[in-house]
Write a protein that binds this ligand. Structure first.
Ligand code: SF4
Ligand code: SF4
Length: 316
């Protein structure tokens, strides 16, 4: 194929990828693989400047894979996608009382497979490959132009608010264009501090993209250590993560009450097993399936503690 034909072929495939994602209500961007190095450099820079708490770095950031994997030396692009996602309500029963607890958007990975299938169905027949990538997806989404940061360090997409899940891939499809934007904050943030005012631990710093993540409830309730003493019982508001800043944000207004249909309920017996920290292979199969349906099976290391504080707090 001549170079011009090749370029136009790649453009067509890229358009097809974007349009198939949009048909499903999703979005995507494809950027050249060279930007892997930019992502890495940015992280190193933040680390050197002491922006990351060391525990936070080790917990989340050290696990990113910024190199081209040995099994995929021909990778030529990074694909970043977004799929709309509601909050989930998950019900627990304990000592005769129901607890209806929230799981924020992004924790369900059900859309990952759908996205991967959409992309593979287009790319594979044309001889291109695709592999999931372990990357800082919010940063990639903002640089690619897919999202913009909010002051709360959560990213937003027009028409989706912050209610979506990002997923990154590596592909050997060359990028049709090289769009790589600087970090952008939503225009709406210029005259708004609603999230900062609502954040219980004061983790949001005005005029900075990065919050003080080591103060953020999400950082603490996603890791299995004991909660620090300074976290007040009344601050906990989700089974995992935290919704205060997203629910304070005017950009999310139309999504405030968006919950996944069909709530999963855990019986008194199942709730007790979770609270006791039962090992994953000791749960009855039906409970395992329930946990998997709400994408909480992989969160069993933090569930007993998180559920316990919400029960103690009397959450409903
Ligand atoms: S997730 Fe919660 S704790 Fe973290 S910045 Fe937002 S409001 Fe603050
Ligand atoms: S609440 Fe206001 S400042 Fe915070 S992310 Fe939303 S628009 Fe920006």
């Amino acid at each position: 194929m001549g170079e011009r034909n090749m370029t136009s072929g790649i453009s067509q495939i890229t358009k097809q990828v974007y349009s198939r994602l949009e048909q499903k209500g999703y979005r995507g961007k494809i950027v050249p693989i060279q930007h892997l190095a930019d992502l890495k450099e940015e992280f190193e820079h933040h680390r050197k400047q002491g922006v990351f708490d060391e525990a936070l770095y080790q917990e989340y950031l050290a696990g990113f894979e910024f190199g081209i994997p040995e099994h995929f030396p021909d990778a030529k692009s990074l694909v970043i996608t977004s799929a709309p996602q509601p909050q989930q309500k998950v019900n627990f029963n304990f000592k005769g009382r129901p607890y209806h607890l929230t799981v924020p958007p992004t924790y369900s990975h059900k859309t990952d497979e759908i996205v991967e299938n959409i992309l593979s169905d287009i790319l594979k027949p044309k001889g291109f490959n695709l592999f999931p990538a372990v990357l800082p997806v919010k940063l990639l989404a903002v640089h690619s132009g897919l999202s913009k940061y909010g002051k709360n360090n959560i990213t937003y997409i027009e028409g989706m608010g912050s209610f979506y899940r990002l997923k990154a891939f590596l592909s050997d499809l060359p990028a049709a264009e090289d769009n790589w934007f600087g970090l952008q904050m939503m225009e709406q943030c210029n005259k708004c501090s609603a999230c900062a005012n609502k954040c219980p631990p004061g983790a949001i710093i005005p005029h900075r993209f990065l919050i003080q993540a080591e103060k953020c409830l999400t950082f603490h309730n996603e890791r299995p250590d004991e909660f620090p003493d300074w976290i007040e019982l009344c601050w906990h508001n989700c089974l995992i993560g935290c919704m205060y800043c997203q629910l304070a944000c005017p950009v999310n207004k139309r999504f405030f009450r968006w919950f996944e249909e069909g709530q999963e309920s855990f019986t008194e017996k199942e709730t007790e097993l979770i609270l006791k920290g039962t090992s994953p292979n000791q749960f009855p199969q039906a409970t395992v399936e329930k946990l998997k349906r709400v994408c909480l099976f992989d969160q069993l290391d933090v569930m007993p503690r998180n559920l316990d504080v919400l029960i103690e707090q009397g959450s409903s």
